[in-house]
Design a protein around this ligand. Structure first.
Ligand code: PBG
Ligand code: ZN
Length: 325
């Protein structure tokens, strides 16, 4: 059927009909808000490239966690900035580490808010890489042991879900095995299954103080041009026991989100990363774009591409806009 029998504008011209035929719904239930917990007291330091996002000490982070919960956002994703870093990232799996203390504080003060933790070494190693170094490169298999210890210590502290972001081979199986052995068989794993070596992580590395001190992450994160490899990465994480798979970054990889949605039936998350946030905030601050409109359009694009869960620094704003204020 073509014009003049068919006129698309008959439906589009009526607000009620537009709502009736809308194909993509975004809900506050879809959102996860990332937070940065810093060692110390009285710290609330804005990330210069991420307006509105802070490194905060624990007594501050629980206040924002309560606000996140009140907005109806179901979960936060926690990153830690430890007091000190070393070659093997000891703070990552210490029972008194920054994240372990933060988890306990949030679960005590805001029990209704789900706590997801980033499981990786780069925030805790002095060299800034996502695992331990041998001969100038991250050594995969010895790193698995540390990641498993880290995940178990997060679960012990009360984390509701763990999210490994390191991109080591075999880490989902290693973490699943260790969680199960330690009585945490009910704790799900959200795997950063498809994580590209991306320039869009720049602002995050300022936030988490996790810039690699030599080289880059290309020996473990994916090449941005690879699409079939994304399917292999996701399939292997699912095989190893992932409960939720993630694509990261978001906007530049919407085709990958759709590929995974079509190929697999697991819940699918997308990480709308720091650089994506900074670009929108920067353009909005200059008056070049309408922030609310562009953010909501971006969120809709993730849902349309097939994501169930959106991890975003915009989450609090999106929740407010969805709630009509
Ligand atoms: C740590 C990690 C990174 C991000 C999440 N977990 C950075 C990196 O891999 O360099 C990026 C998140 C963001 O940019 O918002 N492995
Ligand atoms: Zn890392």
């Amino acid at each position: 059927m073509f014009y003049p029998q068919f006129r698309a504008r008959r439906i589009r011209g009526n607000e009620s009909f537009r709502k009736m035929v809308s194909e993509t719904a975004l809900s506050v239930n879809d959102l996860v808000y990332p937070m940065f917990s810093a060692f110390g007291r009285g710290i609330k330091k804005e990330i210069s490239s991420m307006p509105g996002i802070y490194q905060q000490s624990i007594e501050q982070i629980v206040v924002e966690a309560a606000e996140v919960h009140a907005l109806g956002i179901p979960a936060v994703l926690l990153f830690g900035i430890p007091e000190s870093k070393d070659a093997v990232g000891s703070d990552a799996y210490s029972d008194t580490g920054i994240i372990q203390q933060t988890i306990r504080a949030i679960k005590r003060e805001v029990p209704g808010l789900a706590v997801i933790t980033d499981v990786c070494m780069c925030e805790y190693t002095d060299h800034g890489h996502c695992g331990i170094i041998n001969n100038g490169d991250v050594d995969n298999d010895p790193t698995l042991e540390l990641l498993a210890r880290e995940a178990v210590s997060h679960a012990k502290a009360g984390a509701d879900m763990v999210a490994p972001s390191d991109m080591m081979d075999g880490r989902v199986a290693a973490i699943r095995g260790a969680l199960d052995e330690n009585g945490f068989d009910k704790i799900p794993i959200m795997s950063y299954a498809v994580k590209y070596a991306s320039g869009y992580y720049g602002p995050f590395r300022e936030a988490a103080e996790s810039t690699p001190q030599f080289g880059d992450r290309r020996s473990y994160q994916m090449d941005p041009g690879n699409r079939l490899e994304a399917l292999r990465e996701a399939a292997s994480d699912i095989e190893e026991g992932a409960d939720i798979i993630m694509v990261k970054p978001g906007l530049p990889y919407l085709d990958i989100v759709r590929d995974l949605r079509n190929e697999f039936n697991l819940p699918l998350a997308v990480y709308n990363v720091s650089g994506e946030y900074s670009m929108i905030k920067g353009a909005a601050a200059n008056g070049w774009i309408d922030e609310k409109r562009v953010v909501m359009e971006t969120m809709t694009s993730f849902k349309r591409a097939g994501a169930d869960i959106i991890i975003s620094y915009h989450a609090k704003d999106v929740a407010r806009w969805l709630n009509g204020n």
